[in-house]
Design a protein around this ligand. Structure first.
Ligand SMILES: Nc1ncnc2c1ncn2[C@@H]1O[C@H](COP(=O)(O)OP(=O)(O)OP(=O)(O)O)[C@@H](O)[C@H]1O
Length: 280
């Protein structure tokens, strides 16, 4: 199996200045993290707020540069890839689709932008690809020339996903992609991620603080705690028997025991919280 993403012993500390002449405080956000994602896999990184998940994702996306360690994508050092080559391999989907898409452009323009920048296709083909994706992510065609403020949060996230797919990347780095959405819409977007994975042969690095979400999508789970990956393993094994004390705490914190009842799975908790029949 092809190793699409290979993170080896990556560390990054933020430098925070407290005064003009005082030395910077070092905030170790990620400490010697190693993680790989094989082609076709969904690997979720979970952990509480501040554990370093987004910093790790930003290093994979080359928005931050590691202090030490290496990141290889499709067998090549990430920093050796040109911007176009990188964009054709890796695309992001962020938490808040409203701040990650340009409110002054139509949805049609937003989706086509990465392909126009990358070049190599005619304007007609570019629009055709955008139309196909628009439908594929479940958006009604009548909205193609609308603006982001004319659609719902769930629809905006669908636009962000279509934009991420237009260059036909191999790896999507999804940083809390459902966290800003209502629970019912979260479930629909997760379903979409699952369908797109099959249709486009995608691989996901999926960042989430929500175990109910990752149980639905991940093949493997890595747990981050204070910047370190303290445990990783297959999703089923993780939920059946987490090994690290922090993982156990994380699981018990979303599974409050109900006296006299067997412990529900995280999925069941998620289902119970999902209002029925809601629209995106
Ligand atoms: N730009 C920054 N400058 C200084 N410190 C930062 C910066 N970004 C993150 N940090 C710190 O680095 C650590 C890891 O933050 P990070 O955002 O990666 O965590 P996270 O697990 O993604 O949390 P959340 O889910 O809340 O975003 C935290 O202590 C955070 O305060």
């Amino acid at each position: 199996m092809t190793r699409l993403l290979d993170i080896q012993n990556v560390s990054l500390a933020f430098r925070q200045r407290t005064g003009l002449f005082s030395p910077p405080n070092l905030i170790p956000a990620v400490r010697s993290a190693s993680l790989h994602v094989d082609a076709g896999e969904v690997v979720a990184v979970v952990g509480e707020s501040g554990s370093g998940k987004s910093t790790l994702a930003k290093m994979v996306l080359r928005l931050l540069t590691p202090d030490t360690g290496t990141i290889a994508i499709d067998g090549k050092p990430a920093q050796s890839l040109g911007p176009r080559e990188f964009a054709r391999l890796v695309q992001p989907v962020f938490q808040d689709p409203y701040s990650s898409i340009n409110p002054k452009r139509t949805l049609a323009e937003i989706i086509q932008t990465p392909l126009k920048i990358a070049g190599g296709v005619s304007a007609r083909e570019c629009e055709e690809r955008a139309r196909d994706l628009f439908e594929r992510v479940g958006l009604p065609m009548r909205l193609f020339h609308s603006y982001p403020n004319q659609i719902s949060g769930g629809q905006r996230q669908r636009v962000a996903i279509a934009r991420a797919l237009i260059l036909r990347p191999k790896l999507l780095v999804c940083d809390e992609p459902t966290s800003a959405l209502d629970v019912s819409v979260q479930a629909q977007i997760l379903e979409l991620f699952n369908e797109l994975k099959q249709d486009f042969g995608l691989t996901y690095l999926f960042i989430s603080h929500n175990l109910a979400v990752v149980e639905r999508i991940a093949d493997r789970i890595a747990v981050m705690y204070r910047g370190e990956i303290v445990e990783q393993g297959a999703t089923d094994a993780f939920f059946a028997a987490p090994t690290h004390p922090y993982s156990k705490m994380l699981l018990s914190s979303v599974l409050p025991p109900i006296p006299g009842r067997p412990l529900p799975t995280v999925s069941r908790v998620f289902e119970l919280n999902t209002p029925r029949g809601s629209q995106p």
